[in-house]
Design a protein around this ligand. Structure first.
Ligand code: G6P
Ligand code: MG
Length: 217
């Protein structure tokens, strides 16, 4: 199915944030890499692909396993907090320049077309990022890492978005850049467009390399 028909058929669009609307995936990578270095573990960009869409604590646990590091619950919290401090050093300097190309055009088009718009992100920093980049007023509902207990691929984040918008899941369309997020959308009974520059993702309804690819006329 083509992207324009997928959008036309939907009553609501639910966006993942990191890697779809904003260019924060690089900041997550840099902060995890810095933490991994303290364990003597070389954390590569391809390792980072597996962590996209995965919550902070779950990501940490994966890195600890890869690095073969044992940690107490208290140490785990301290590691996650340290990673977030390093991550926030980047986020604090964010402006609309870190919006991915095509984000504003798509948000404006959806608003003009009368679609409901929600955010469905695993990030606990989502609201700060929306404020820094100036796109918070586009969203009718914001579901982030503070609103859910189950991480993607669990559908909770998207189902909660649909419920807050008062739209049935099968009338929602999700934009995602992570395999865990694509699976979460499928588990929620929603259609999903993969934003996938590296052609690593599977099981989507349509794929774009970036949001600028979408044709509106
Ligand atoms: C997104 C990113 C993940 C990140 C997660 C939690 O899903 O793709 O890389 O770990 O959010 O982000 P946070 O800002 O709460 O650490
Ligand atoms: Mg993402």
């Amino acid at each position: 199915m083509n992207i324009k028909s997928l959008i036309e058929d939907a009553d609501a669009i639910i966006f993942d944030l990191d890697g779809v609307l904003v260019n924060t995936a690089v900041f997550h990578f840099a902060a995890w890499q810095r933490l991994a270095e303290t364990f003597g573990f070389e954390f590569s960009e391809s390792d980072n692909e597996h962590l996209k869409g995965i919550s902070r604590m779950d990501s940490l646990d994966i890195i600890l396993t890869w690095a073969n590091v044992q940690a107490t619950p208290k140490e785990r919290l301290a590691f996650a907090e340290q990673k977030n401090i390093w991550y926030l050093e980047f986020i604090e300097k964010m402006t609309e320049d870190q919006l991915l190309p095509g984000s504003i055009e798509l948000l404006n088009y959806l608003r003009q077309s009368g679609k409901k718009i929600a955010l469905g992100s695993a990030s606990k920093n989502a609201k700060m990022i929306l404020n820094k980049t100036g796109i918070n007023e586009y969203f009718d509902a914001i579901i982030d890492g503070n609103s859910v207990t189950n991480s993607k691929p669990d559908p909770e984040v998207f189902l909660l978005g649909a419920r807050q918008l008062n739209i049935l899941p099968n009338k929602c369309l999700v934009f995602e850049d992570a395999q865990a997020g694509i699976q979460a959308a499928i588990n929620a009974g929603m259609k999903v467009i993969a934003v996938d520059r590296a052609q690593l993702l599977t099981s989507y309804d349509a794929r774009v390399e970036g949001l600028t690819e979408i044709q509106y006329s």
